[in-house]
Structure formats: C-alpha cells, structure tokens
Design a protein around this ligand. Structure first.
Ligand code: ZN
Ligand code: ZN
Length: 325
C-alpha cells in the first residue's frame, strides 16, 4: 500500500492510493480469535453466494473460513463440527450472512489515518461507494474541523473571554456612539461579508462589527465599525480583520471606513497603545462589578504587562497597582 502522504487545504495529511470507497468485510477468526479484514471492492457481497464460495483465510493462523472447513470448536461434539454436518453448514451460513447482509457490518479504510474501521466510524455521504460513507473516519473528520475552525481549548477560551471583558471595561468611555443610519448608508444596507440586504428595523438581524477587536484595545469608532449580519458577526467575533476578511474585502473596508489598511491586513494582532491608559485604569477601578476587586486588579495587571502598557501608566497609577519601577 502506498504510504506517501499528501497535504490538502485542510492541513490534514491524506494517504495516497487508498481505495477509500471500497468496502471491506471484517471477521474474527474462529480458530485463533484474530481480527481479519478482507477488501471486497465496490460491490457488497451477497450472503448466499458468499456462503457458497467464500474462502476467507485467517492472516494469523491460516485457518480457512469456508463451508468446506471443519469447525474448530472444542466444545462441540465431532458429529457437529465436521463440515458435512447440517449443524456446521447452518453455522457457516449464518457466519457469512452476519458478515455480509447489512451495510452496517462492512468495514472501510480511512484515507487520512489509514485504519480499517467499521462502517459506523464514518459519517454518511450519499452516493459515495456502496457504503455511502465519507472518505475519512469520524475522528479524522474531527481533526479536519479542528483545523478549519481553529477550535480553542476551554482554557484558552476562558483566558480570551476574561481578556475581552477587561478590555471592554478599559475601553468604556473611549467607545463612540455609532450613527446607525450613517453606517447603513456607507455599507449600502448590506452585510459586508455576505452582501445580502439588511433591514435597519430588524435589530436582531445585524450587528456592528468591531473591525479591530476590543480585545486588542481598539475602541468602537466610526472608522472601526462595519455592518455585518448577525450570522457573519458570530463568525467574526474577536478575530483580527485579516483572519476573517479577504484581501479584497480589506481594501474595500478601508475605502468605506478610512481605516489603516496596513493594520487591517497585518497577519498578527497589534495592540493599540494609543489609548489613555491612566484614564482607562481609573474608569476600570470605578466600575461596579460583582467579582472581587483584588481579582480584577490582578487580571488588569496581567493584561497591562502582557500588552506592554505598564510604562504608559503615570507613577501614581503604577504605584497604585503595585508595579515596582
Ligand atoms: Zn486465525
Ligand atoms: Zn481516520
């Protein structure tokens, strides 16, 4: 079997040369108990014909599974284990029927991990091969989705939501009120991503995208606002613009909003140090929130340190927050 791996757009390696639409049968050797898989191709087997003709040899012990073989069962009396006996023939008939009668009994090879896995390990795909299953197994499919969706761990999600909350608190007061009619006019009443028409009066169908995310300390302003459908905005969340918009969209966006294209198109987020950190911190400390002040201060300090903003604090505030030097 070819083992050369190729990359595709999902970033998941695929194994070339795997006949991924082919069906396999799987059976446990009656003699030694090993699992065997035999590739049968694009046509499922007929139980009756299989019983009449199959000769499935165990790859480990060599025992031949065929209606002409004696059964290797020690607990059965000899009269019954000899191939010619009615009881043995009934057993063989059922043995081959179980392995071939239902599509669910068949196996298939995943073209991403190369494993031969039972039918149920693959998701449905109408019209693909006799089993109508996808090319890759569910766990590889999961890996593909993880790559595509940039799935984040619970911890990272928590970390980023804490960060976003603090950033939002810090920016309160920096945000400008957006003139909605003006926003709709500039964006031609369309979702900037999907391009379909939006109704200004249906408030739950559209959102104002914070183009440069608050997470990186960009307040909402006229030039930092885009009109998106709720759907598109759910995908955007606090992604950096270049992660969400295409290059052409970024150019268009800069044209509409007057935002800095270099910043929008940058591959990595840039922290906005152009804010009045002292003012923001003062406001932050005044906000009434249920969570403990010491905890909030620790979170604030962490973000100020990570974002390299400590040196932007006045000596008074530096001292207040317990930054030495
Ligand atoms: Zn065997
Ligand atoms: Zn797989």
């Amino acid at each position: 079997m070819a083992r050369r791996k190729t990359k595709n757009i999902t970033g998941l390696a695929r194994i070339e040369g795997i006949p991924y639409h082919d069906a396999w049968v799987g059976f446990i050797c009656l003699s030694c108990g090993s699992l065997n898989n035999i590739r049968i191709g694009l046509q499922l087997l007929d139980p009756k014909t299989t019983y009449e003709t199959a000769e499935w040899k165990c790859s480990k012990c060599g025992y031949l599974h065929s209606k002409n073989s004696d059964l290797p069962f020690e607990n059965w009396s000899e009269d019954f284990t000899v191939a010619e006996s009615i009881k043995a023939q009934r057993f063989w008939e059922a043995f081959f029927r179980i392995a071939t009668e239902h599509p669910e009994s068949y196996w298939k090879q995943c073209n991403a991990c190369g494993r031969i896995l039972p039918f149920a390990a693959f998701s449905k795909h109408s019209g693909w091969g006799p089993l109508e299953r996808q090319m890759e197994c569910r766990s590889c499919k999961g890996a593909i989705n993880a790559v595509l969706n940039q799935k984040r761990t619970k911890e990272q999600l928590h970390e980023s939501s804490v960060r976003r909350r603090i950033a939002d608190l810090l920016l309160e007061g920096e945000n400008k009120t957006i003139n909605i009619a003006d926003l709709f006019k500039r964006f031609d009443s369309r979702c900037f991503k999907i391009k379909h028409l939006l109704d200004i009066n249906k408030r739950d169908t559209w959102e104002i995208d914070h183009i440069l995310p608050s997470r990186w300390l960009y307040p909402l302003t006229r030039e930092n606002a885009a009109l998106l459908s709720t759907e598109a905005n759910n995908n955007k969340r606090d992604k950096w613009p270049s992660e969400f918009y295409t290059n052409n969209e970024l150019i268009e966006l800069a044209k509409i909003t007057g935002a800095d294209l270099g910043l929008l198109a940058g591959k990595t987020p840039v922290i906005n140090t152009d804010i009045n950190v002292d003012k923001c911190v003062e406001r932050y400390l005044r906000v009434r929130e249920r969570s403990h002040l010491p905890k909030r201060i620790n979170e604030l300090k962490k973000i100020l340190k990570d974002y390299n903003l400590v040196n932007k604090l006045s000596p008074k505030h530096r001292k207040l927050l317990g930054f030495t030097k």
